[in-house]
Write a new protein. Structure first.
Length: 119
């Protein structure tokens, strides 16, 4: 199983970006997908997670600004980020927890995509 994150870049404060995460490989089911971020000098932190049924949970710092979604048929996950702030600057990682076609549990991370919010 592989995860590929994309969509990061440089954006001005108040701007928007949309991150995508594609899961590929021998996948039976993905139970939970999530976005995490890590800024220089900080630990990796949860941004948002979404279950296979669509239940979501957000960090307080992004509530009302970020929206997580997923397409189960395509094994894709998205993060719509609006009203971006300089403190959102970080490397964003996607994570997926589920089962392979041989029913082995997996917990994988994507390679990360840089988001920089600066004027």
């Amino acid at each position: 199983v592989q995860l590929q994150a994309s969509g990061g870049g440089l954006v001005q404060p108040g701007g928007s970006l949309r991150l995508s995460c594609a899961a590929s490989g021998s996948i039976f089911r993905i139970n939970v997908m999530g976005w995490y971020r890590q800024a220089p000098g900080n630990e990796r932190e949860l941004v948002a997670v979404i279950s296979s049924s669509g239940s979501t949970n957000y960090a307080d710092s992004v509530k009302g600004r970020f929206t997580i979604s997923r397409d189960n048929a395509k094994n894709m996950m998205y993060l719509q980020m609006n009203s971006l702030k300089p403190e959102d600057t970080a490397v964003y990682y996607c994570n997926a927890v589920g089962f392979t076609a041989s029913l082995q549990r997996f917990d994988y991370w994507g390679q990360g995509t840089q988001v920089t919010v600066s004027s």
